[in-house]
Design a protein around this ligand. Structure first.
Ligand code: SDX
Length: 428
């Protein structure tokens, strides 16, 4: 492939550089396009636009490859832990034993949130969606740590904010659940590791301590790893955009939570279970729902299917599907929804509509089945996605600040009214 691209505009031909990444992905560098031609590009939804260069995560959607800092997701999911993967994403290398111990110790010591924040949870209505509670509390952390807001401030302050966020998101998530079920909150305990601590805060009640089941801990830790980063997806691009104005990390990740909440993005994992339960209640007639999904006049879509980048299997979905059988089998849980999901996947993958559009199960299609088996309520599923994605958001924000990237400010093609004089109300 050439390192130059020619663009003809009228009778003028200009040359633009073609940049190549370490995995031979190539893109036309259009930063001089407007100066040389007066034109901008147009790409609604940025389907063909690279917003940045990044060394964090590599996806190959054609063949279903996902690597964090060069390590294949399959190996990390099998052999690593969520906190180790978080370190890898944020600092670029797998930690030594000493580095991990320091990292783990610091996060363990920051899991408590300021006692004044407890009142925030009590102020929310019981039926408050935990994503709204999570976003509010994450940005509220900025009010308790005003000294750590400047993103260009010395490294140590940023690292302290990073540890606080990773540590405290699990407490905030668990407390939002406790608020929704009217239970007293459970404080973090330093004897537990990160994932055990979260489960304990979620499921311990005053009358009975919750003993974390190793099968459940491993399954949840793996789910957090699988969600940890995914290059320039909607919520990560939002975190980068907010951070590009040099807004602080608390505000940037709170914006990421807001973007992730959408049903087309992280909110899909909750929608998948609700869709499967709807199909089950309707008698389980798969073809009827597949036909609805294909009908352009019907807004129904198969949630958990399709992806902007993967035009083959989402490698995370493959791992989670296998884990479903494994975890439910070990827990002795049989969930008809899993059988329904597998049947729906089979029917869809044998339907030309889905095959022609390269629509496969994505990360959200099976994840809810494991969350459900663990006892996590459906409304908490996207919060689990956010907990997993937090290290990725942090790593991407940190990279954008370190690279001194400019404030994000896309252009537009204006299609509104041309100039017209103001008319006083008396003669409209
Ligand atoms: C995540 O970007 C990431 O990396 C995201 C994520 C991450 O880790 O951060 O991977 C997490 O968000 C996964 C996606 C979760 N969302 C869903 O499962 C919602 C259902 N899927 C979609 O709505 C859709 O597939 C998207 C949003 C995921 C992708 O949408 P695109 O890339 O904009 O594609 P599109 O909507 O233009 O669809 C292309 C065609 C259309 O048909 P035609 O107009 O060509 O006839 O495929 C059809 C769509 O109608 N289509 C579907 C479908 N998804 C796409 N038809 C039925 N069911 C679906 N699920």
């Amino acid at each position: 492939m050439s390192d130059k691209a020619e663009i003809r505009v009228g009778d003028k031909v200009i040359e633009l550089p073609v940049i190549t990444g370490t995995e031979n992905e190539q893109g036309i560098d259009i930063r001089q396009l407007r100066d040389q031609t007066g034109l901008i590009t147009y790409d609604s939804g940025y389907k063909n636009t690279g917003a940045t260069s990044s060394s964090i995560t590599f996806l190959d959607g054609e063949v279903g490859i996902l690597r964090y800092r060069g390590y294949p997701i399959e190996q990390l999911a099998e052999q690593s832990t969520f906190l180790e993967v978080a370190y890898l994403l944020i600092y670029g290398e797998l930690p030594t034993q000493q580095e991990f111990s320091t990292w783990n110790e610091a996060i363990t010591r920051h899991t408590l949130i300021h006692e004044d924040m407890k009142e925030f949870f009590e102020a929310f209505p019981r039926k408050a969606h935990p994503m709204g509670v999570l976003a509010s509390n994450l940005i509220s952390l900025s009010t308790f740590y005003p000294e750590s807001l400047d993103p260009d401030r010395e490294e140590e302050k940023i690292n302290l904010t990073i540890k606080r966020l990773i540590a405290k998101i699990s407490t905030i998530a668990a407390w939002s659940h406790k608020n929704s079920v009217g239970h007293p909150v459970v404080y973090p305990k330093n004897k537990y590791n990160y994932t055990e601590n979260f489960l304990n805060m979620m499921f311990s009640v005053p009358t009975e301590d919750y003993e974390p089941d190793p099968i459940v801990v491993k399954a949840l830790d793996q789910l957090l790893i699988l969600h940890a980063d995914h290059e320039q997806n909607c919520s990560t691009s939002t975190v980068r955009m907010v951070g590009s104005s040099r807004s602080n990390l608390y505000a940037s990740v709170a914006a990421g939570v807001a973007a992730l909440w959408g049903p087309l993005h992280g909110g899909a994992n909750q929608e998948v279970i609700q869709m499967l339960e709807q199909i089950q209640a309707d008698g389980g007639n798969m073809q009827k729902w597949i036909d609805k999904a294909k009908d352009k006049n019907d807004p129904f879509r198969i949630m958990g299917f399709g992806h902007r980048v993967y035009k083959n299997f989402d490698p995370r979905a493959t791992i989670i599907k296998k884990s479903c059988d494994d975890v439910l089998g070990k827990l002795g849980v049989s969930d008809p929804i899993l059988d329904l999901a597998k049947k729906l996947e089979y029917v869809a993958l044998n339907d030309d509509y889905f095959k022609e559009r390269n629509l496969y199960p994505n990360v959200d299609f099976y994840s809810g089945i494991i969350y459900k088996a663990i006892g996590i309520p459906t409304e908490m599923f996207t919060v689990m996605f956010a907990m997993g994605r937090l290290p990725g958001w942090i790593a991407q924000w940190k990279e954008m600040i370190a690279n001194k990237e400019p404030i994000g400010r896309p252009r537009q093609i204006y299609t509104g009214p041309t100039e017209r004089p103001y008319k006083p109300m008396s003669n409209r």
